[in-house]
Design a protein. Structure first.
Length: 354
């Protein structure tokens, strides 16, 4: 490990420490610090609703307050981190501490080791001070290891020892540091196949899998789609400062439920909702906004929404808004000048104040 790593163009070489510091500041999210209920994942709603995750949630409650590590299995984008967070937020022993997440496939092998276990000053070029790893940062709370099936073979015995001894040894260090964490790992791979191919250690698998949660894909729990869509609407309206968007319009939930979310499940639904919020200028998110938000490659898996008769729609909205053009334009998601042109095209006269 003693070499410099290439940096961004124009910035010169970057040390491993610099890369790790940048990753630490930009990529790790301490989810517990998001205390605004509108911004939280729909954990509380999931707990109270009869959703397709009811069985999964019941499974999660079995290990609350117990010193048990958990393996979550499911397709890409099914919400494995959501379940990990649910486990963390509802655990009486862990919820007051940090939830720290890392993607095991996102970093080169040498950086991942330092990321997980930390390092001591002088461990490699540019390591000018000690740095805590993710195990230490998650002390008392939960460490979420996503894509655990991609963990390099040479790191697997080190993770195994950390789980067995509840202690880690920083890179370049001699002494072990005790850690108290629940490790929740997740994978979309068949780890039994990986074990048969000697790509994943059996002893590590059985240490990680004290308790296994299987997460069904979104297509098998379509009743969850309206709940998740409402959550993403609130999330992105707040994130993009769009308070004027009040709700999903008539037919929007039905349209979303009819889409085939086979490719990326909850992640794909989230992206479509994000795009739709950015496209909407009115106060209601319509099926037309959602259709525009579906990318060209995904369009074949969603129905083209019915377009209402424009004249009838304009007259209905004008009547609802008491003839107020500005309010009607906001509701329809268009500029006032655009609405005025369409009214003139259809020969509709404004009947009240503007």
């Amino acid at each position: 490990m003693g070499q410099h790593m290439p940096g961004a163009a124009g910035n010169g070489p970057m040390t491993e420490e610099g890369i790790l510091e940048r990753r630490s500041s930009g990529c790790h999210i301490d989810l517990v610090t998001q205390t605004d209920n509108d911004l939280q994942s729909p954990v509380l709603s999931l707990l109270s609703a009869q959703t397709g995750l009811r069985g999964t949630i019941d499974d999660v409650t079995r290990v609350l307050g117990l010193p048990v590590d958990v393996l979550i299995r499911g397709e890409s984008g099914t919400g494995k981190e959501l379940i990990a967070r649910l486990l963390h937020e509802t655990d009486p022993l862990r919820h007051a501490h940090r939830f720290v997440a890392v993607n095991c496939a996102a970093l080169p092998d040498n950086l991942l080791e330092a990321d997980l276990f930390g390092y001591r000053r002088g461990a490699f070029t540019g390591a000018t001070h000690d740095r805590e790893g993710l195990f230490q940062q998650a002390h008392g709370g939960t460490l979420f290891l996503d894509e655990i099936g991609d963990l390099p073979l040479h790191l697997q015995p080190k993770l195994l020892r950390a789980l067995q001894e509840r202690a880690i040894r920083p890179v370049g260090g001699c002494d072990e540091v005790s850690v108290d964490v629940r490790v929740v790992s997740a994978t979309n791979l068949d780890l039994h196949v990986a074990m048969s191919s000697d790509l994943f250690r059996r002893d590590l698998y059985y240490r990680l899998a004290d308790f296994v949660v299987d997460l069904p894909p979104l297509r098998e729990r379509r009743g969850d789609i309206p709940l998740l869509a409402d959550h993403f609407l609130k999330l992105y309206c707040r994130q993009f400062n769009r308070p004027h968007i009040e709700a999903l319009g008539e037919g929007s939930r039905t349209w979303l439920c009819r889409c085939d979310w086979r490719a990326n499940n909850v992640r794909e639904l989230s992206v479509v909702m994000k795009r739709a919020v950015l496209l909407c200028d009115g106060d209601v998110l319509t099926p037309q906004h959602l259709w525009q938000a579906v990318s060209r490659g995904e369009a074949s898996r969603c129905e083209v929404p019915d377009v209402p008769d424009e004249r009838a729609q304009l007259e209905a909205v004008l009547e609802r808004m008491g003839g107020n053009l500005s309010a009607a334009a906001r509701h329809l998601g268009m500029k006032r000048s655009t609405l005025h042109d369409r009214l003139r095209r259809h020969g509709i006269r404004r009947v009240a104040h503007s």
